[in-house]
Ligand binder design. Structure first.
Ligand SMILES: CC(C)(COP(=O)(O)OP(=O)(O)OC[C@H]1O[C@@H](n2cnc3c(N)ncnc32)[C@H](O)[C@@H]1OP(=O)(O)O)[C@@H](O)C(=O)NCCC(=O)NCCS
Length: 170
């Protein structure tokens, strides 16, 4: 059984700046979030998006941890989300996405830090992920947090796009 971790023990509502207009919260994703999450996913990944059914399946699988980042000042508007799969001391980051209109303000970094902290609390010893070699923002984000390339995966994605496998030892 996964340990019970109270999300409020990890991250309280937080502000990215001293401006109280900008307050955010990370919480467990709900099925009612999926409609909005899919919209952000589709505008980001187009025909490579996860489907509603894939999000739904993850939410209902015991090894998946699914998080929503929302604004607490703006009708709890969903601004980003992430998914990690934790099993046998290995945490896999499978999805991390910020609404295109909200990028560049530290929200992606906040979700990544959250998943790293959660992996530690969960007893994982390593975090693994794959990133498209042309995705410079994501690669730089992971590199900033100590992830290192361990493998080059040629044509891993559709349209012959290559990937890096990256890992962070905890
Ligand atoms: C990757 C992503 C999650 C980053 O989220 P974000 O909120 O825009 O990023 P942040 O503002 O938190 O930036 C944190 C770090 O990421 C890197 N970064 C973010 N945007 C960048 C850009 N346009 N160019 C280069 N580096 C960038 C930087 O290292 C930055 O740290 P710095 O500000 O100290 O330089 C976001 O761009 C996104 O949702 N992209 C589409 C989905 C995606 O690619 N997901 C990852 C799949 S592996």
């Amino acid at each position: 059984m996964p340990p019970e971790i109270n999300i409020n023990d990890v991250y309280q509502t937080f502000a990215m700046t001293s401006n109280k207009q900008n307050q955010y919260r990370i919480r467990k994703m709900l099925e009612t979030d999926i409609k909005t999450v899919v919209k952000i996913e589709q505008v980001t990944w187009l025909d490579e998006s996860w489907s509603s059914q894939e999000f739904f399946d993850c939410l209902n699988h015991p090894h998946w941890q699914c998080w929503t980042l929302e604004s607490t000042n703006n009708d709890n508007l969903i601004l980003g989300y992430c998914f990690q799969y934790i099993y046998k001391h290995v945490s896999h980051i499978a999805n991390l996405c910020i609404d295109p209109n909200q990028r560049g303000h530290g929200l992606g970094e906040t979700l990544l830090r959250y998943m790293i902290d959660y992996s530690c609390l969960f007893g994982a010893s390593v975090i693994k992920l794959k990133v498209n070699t042309s995705n410079i923002p994501a690669y730089r984000l992971y590199d900033k947090y100590g992830f290192r390339i361990v493998q080059f995966l040629p044509q891993y994605y559709s349209k012959h796009a290559d990937a890096y496998q990256m890992i962070l030892r905890l």
